[in-house]
Design a protein around this ligand. Structure first.
Ligand code: ADP
Ligand code: MG
Length: 559
């Protein structure tokens, strides 16, 4: 061990001993306070494990907490204590999976409301069961667990939740969740199975909440649904996590420290106004510290990030083929894509052009899985891909960019690329993922900006980054939606050269584009659309000279 670290090591050991030995020296009141600290630490940290990266605000904390407490009330006397805890954990995870499957499609405020409703629903169900089946609304808890033991069990949970959080933070799953939090659409098109990632974390988070409820249950000798499922708890946990900062592992604890005391004082002196005061605290935190204490610190003492390693991109030259067959998609009365068929041969760059609103972006959305057609089929190497989730299409080897550029703004440039590398068909992680990402950034000319936040990039650099992220999937087909739009003449020249170099690497490209010079210089063939229909398909010179094509474009100019 390095001797310079010795004082820190000693200090750490003393703190650990003080925390672990606290029940032996503390008075009743202080021990109760210590228990509050620990259980809110577990709850807030577990809450932030899921809600921090995904930014899905869950008010279901108390649902799981209450389930844990009730498991103890029901099984406490029947089973040995470790089995009671195990049962609680299993039930909590089971409920989380069922609930998660049905709710994680919701986002934003709908998710918040649903989780709140869920907690209420479970409370009502338990109440109904207790009154009608069990015969009395409350239960007595007779388990011989002392307060000291509760304290130590909670401490073990704290250690465990931090360990798990730390592991997740370093894993592909952790990165996937952060991408989901930034932009869920991008996540799907970057190969991330968003449902699985969210569900996994929701269940892990619920596991800890349920166990906390179970460990805490012997504190009460009597529980009823109103005690075990008090919605106030969910709000307290959200407030604590937000105050500290839900985006980092240590953040929630920084919120727990002041707020346990504050809530204790408020409920002792102003019991009747507690919920109003809670609301005021909540609003203050959201306005004053929207990213929590940790966000505030990071803003004022930003960490220096390291430059990534560089590697050479491996060429992605394989045979590929895409066939669009009688594709049709309407939005209400508007037929955006109308009986469209075409094929793309391996190694081609095909221009997909047409006036605004002719359905080009919709075609890309149908191919990439963002939209499901009303009828028709898309085949990739002979395999039907209509109806597949976007992340599946992406992993199969069809990557895309977006017409309105979409980067993950608060993640670093290199992380933007790694997010796709870590979730493609042949994922890489750790140093090799960084090397590959570095190679891709070099290829698009972003090497020296790897450590910046993607949101800090200029427009053209964001476009480059989006391209690198698409390439990170090792695609065989690349769908570029007006990728060259808005570039100045120099940038346009560079962009055209870049796209051509991709073709040389064996990539097949569909280029939706308005810049006709680019179409003429890059595309061997172009498909012209008007009002959802294909009106021409051939070499640019021929297709653009077609009378119907001229009319379509002039018609638009007249309008
Ligand atoms: P392009 O990319 O060729 O400009 P789009 O594919 O974006 O055209 O749009 C084709 C037509 O479909 C337009 O009239 C557009 O307004 C409509 N459209 C596209 N997406 C949607 C949607 N999600 N909901 C309703 N209408 C849409
Ligand atoms: Mg478009």
């Amino acid at each position: 061990m390095n001797l310079r670290n010795l004082p820190w090591f000693v200090l750490g050991a003393v703190i650990v001993m003080l925390i672990a030995g606290f029940p032996l020296i503390a008075s009743g009141y202080h021990l109760a306070l210590g228990i509050s600290y620990l259980y809110f630490t577990v709850l807030a940290t577990a809450w932030a494990l899921f809600s921090g990266p995904t930014r899905y605000i869950s008010l279901a904390t108390v649902a799981f907490f209450g389930i844990g407490a009730y498991t103890v009330a029901v099984f406490g006397e029947l089973l040995p204590w470790p089995l009671v805890l195990l049962a609680a954990g299993i039930i909590g995870v089971g409920v989380a999976l069922v609930v998660g499957l049905s709710t994680l499609r919701l986002s934003g405020i709908y998710f918040v409301i649903f989780t709140f409703g869920l907690a209420e629903l479970i409370r009502q169900l338990v109440t109904w069961y207790e009154v009608n089946i069990h015969g009395s609304v409350g239960r007595y808890i007779f388990v011989a667990i002392s307060r000291n033991e509760i304290y130590w069990q909670l401490l073990a949970l704290v250690v465990l939740v931090f360990l798990v959080g730390w592991l997740i933070g370093r894993s592909r799953l952790g990165l996937a969740l952060r991408v989901i939090g930034e932009d869920e659409t991008v996540a799907r098109h970057a190969g991330i199975d968003t449902t699985k990632a969210k569900l996994t974390l929701f269940a892990i988070s619920a596991f800890f909440m349920t166990l906390t409820g179970a460990v805490m249950a012997p504190r009460w000798t009597y529980i009823d649904p109103a005690i075990a499922f008090s919605p106030m708890l969910s709000f307290q946990v959200v407030i604590m996590a937000l105050l500290g900062g839900a985006g980092s592992l240590i953040g929630p604890v920084l919120g727990v420290i002041p707020l346990v005391i504050l809530f204790d004082v408020l409920s002792a002196y102003f019991p009747n106004y507690f919920s109003i005061l809670l609301g005021i605290v909540f609003i203050l935190i959201v306005y004053v510290l929207p990213h929590g204490v940790v966000g505030f610190l990071q803003k004022h003492w930003p960490r220096r990030s390291q430059a990534p390693a560089i590697a050479i991109l491996r060429p992605a030259a394989r045979r590929s083929l895409l066939a669009v067959e009688q594709l049709r998609k309407s939005f209400g009365g508007l037929v955006a894509v109308d009986d469209l068929s075409f094929t793309i041969e391996p190694g081609e760059i095909v221009g997909l052009i047409g006036p605004n609103g002719s359905g080009k972006t919709t075609v890309l959305n149908l191919i990439s899985g963002a939209l499901r057609p009303d009828s028709g089929e898309v085949r990739f190497k002979g395999q039907p891909i209509v109806g597949l989730n976007p992340y599946r299409v992406a992993r199969l080897g069809v990557a895309r960019t977006f017409q309105l550029v979409r980067v993950l703004p608060t993640m670093s440039v290199i992380e933007n690329v790694i997010s796709a590398i870590a979730h493609r068909e042949r994922p890489l992680w750790g140093a090799s993922a960084e090397r590959t990402a570095g190679g891709l950034l070099m290829r698009v000319g972003l090497t020296d900006k790897a450590a910046l936040h993607a949101g800090q990039l200029t427009y053209i650099d964001q476009k480059r980054l989006e391209l690198a992220r698409a390439l990170a999937l090792e695609p065989e087909v690349l769908l570029l939606d007006e990728w060259l739009a808005g570039l100045n003449p120099t940038e346009l020249g560079e962009g055209i050269a870049l796209i051509r170099s991709l073709q040389d690497g064996g990539l097949t490209i569909i280029l939706v584009e308005h810049v006709m010079d680019a179409i003429r210089s890059l595309c061997g063939r172009c498909i012209v659309m008007n009002a959802g229909k294909k009106i021409a398909d051939g070499p640019p010179a021929t297709a653009l000279a077609d009378r119907e094509v001229v009319r379509a474009y002039l018609g638009e100019a007249d309008a």
